[in-house]
Design a binder for this molecule. Structure first.
Ligand SMILES: Cc1cc2nc3c(=O)[nH]c(=O)nc-3n(C[C@H](O)[C@H](O)[C@H](O)COP(=O)(O)OP(=O)(O)OC[C@H]3O[C@@H](n4cnc5c(N)ncnc54)[C@H](O)[C@@H]3O)c2cc1C
Length: 384
């Protein structure tokens, strides 16, 4: 096996596969690329739900799409049209298979299943060490392996932990035309907790609980929340659990990109792609990859300018995390005020980091102002 490459991509997950898939195009066949993951990516280990205007490179992989979503908290419940978007559900395994098929067929990319034990970069070397296959050299490394130990006393940080079941009911119980985007009406237990439901048919849905807190629960505690919701809120007595998903992702404005160096660019969650205040990453990964591909196409070093990360959205995320961590106002109430008073499409545009300043002002004027002013002042002094 060759030991020298133009690019090595560490980690073949949401970000690594996305980048490798783009670099499998003919115009990049002149570059020799090594993609390494410890896993064979044959497990359906996650579901991506995202909104799209129909122009995303992976939209066609969606198992199901919805043009209407339900939002619910203690005070407000409404089915909302999300024009011009569609909310779509992409199964992890469909994304892995689709991208890997193209990557494995490309003459310029080698996929290696091995564990990466070290990545070394300096002015003279750019190496990736693996446990079983030796050390590989590259001109540039893209790393999506998350290894940072974040100092939570210095950075806004909260875990988003979630567990979901795909259930099949014995009778039709779901409206497959409406996805429950967020249901905050469940017991909050002094945390931020919500449910979401993605019905693919009248008898099948992914039912998931998401919790924003630094307190990971025991497995059976998630099961109890799911069971209560399915049986009491959804009124379903007879069902079978077909699949389970569990995940923990960081919600933080920690500048992961500060680990970038000459010859090393971080991508995906390890490269600040997960939005600090929501954990949504799939769409931001596409923005990152698009940017890097353009750099490679033009023969420029594949690096992000500071402004790619240090922008108004990081500040908004910091303020929202500050509100959440200091319990200044429940997130369910904040989102409720926004979803009640604003076009849902505009809210989704905001969560995609794509709004104009005028649109921002329209949005941030909707929830009660005082908790945000306090959080903004607190953030100003904290980051000074
Ligand atoms: C269960 C779950 C559901 C999610 N749902 C959504 C959603 O609906 N919408 C959304 O926008 N975001 C969602 N996210 C967040 C985000 O989109 C995903 O985490 C996404 O997979 C991030 O891509 P990534 O490449 O950064 O990380 P990953 O996809 O986790 O990829 C990292 C890769 O590195 C590999 N790796 C790790 N250590 C090593 C090592 N030492 N050597 C070799 N390989 C290694 C792993 O095997 C993995 O393949 C979800 C996350 C999870 C966990």
């Amino acid at each position: 096996m060759d030991l020298d490459y133009d690019y090595i991509i560490c980690g073949a997950g949401g970000a690594g596969l996305n980048l490798a898939y783009r670099l499998a195009a003919k115009e990049f066949h002149k570059y020799r690329i090594l993609l390494i993951d410890k896993d064979d990516k044959q497990k359906d280990d996650r579901t991506w739900s995202i909104w799209t205007e129909g122009d995303g490179p992976f939209d066609h992989l969606a198992e199901k799409s919805w043009s209407k979503i339900l939002f619910k908290n203690d005070e407000f419940e409404k089915v909302l049209s999300i024009e011009p978007y569609q909310y779509i559900k992409i199964n992890g395994i469909d994304f892995y298979n689709y991208t890997l098929d193209k990557i494995k067929a490309a003459p310029n990319i080698t996929f290696l299943q091995d564990e990466i034990s070290n990545i070394e970069t300096s002015s003279t070397l750019t190496n990736v060490k693996t446990t079983s296959s030796g050390t590989f050299k590259a001109k540039w490394i893209f790393n999506s392996i998350l290894q940072v130990d974040i100092d939570k006393s210095k950075h806004n940080y909260v875990d988003q932990h979630f567990k979901g079941w795909i259930i099949k009911t014995s009778e039709p119980k779901f409206n497959p035309d409406v996805a429950t985007f967020m249901d905050f009406s469940i017991e909050q237990k002094s945390e931020c907790r919500f449910m979401y439901v993605l019905p693919t048919t009248a008898q099948e849905a992914l039912v998931e609980v998401a919790i924003f807190s630094n307190n990971i629960l025991k497995d059976n505690a998630y099961d109890e929340i799911l069971r209560n919701y399915i049986e009491e809120d959804l009124g379903i007595e007879s069902y079978e659990i077909k699949e389970t998903e569990f995940g923990v992702i960081p919600m933080t404005t920690y500048p992961f990109e500060s680990a970038n160096a000459h010859g090393l660019t971080h991508i995906g969650t390890a490269g600040s792609a997960a939005k600090g205040s929501t954990g949504y990453a799939f769409l931001h990964i596409q923005d990152q990859v698009e940017f890097l591909v353009e750099k490679i196409r033009n023969g420029n070093p594949p690096i992000f300018p500071k402004s790619f990360f240090k922008n108004k959205y990081r500040w908004y995320d910091d303020v929202l995390l500050n509100v959440l961590l200091n319990k200044r106002m429940p997130l369910g109430k904040i989102f409720g005020d926004m979803f009640k008073k604003l076009p849902t499409g505009l809210m989704l545009k905001f969560l995609s980091n794509k709004t104009t300043m005028i649109e921002d002002l329209r949005i941030i004027s909707k929830p009660k102002f005082l908790p945000f002013i306090k959080a903004a002042i607190n953030e100003f002094w904290r980051t000074k």
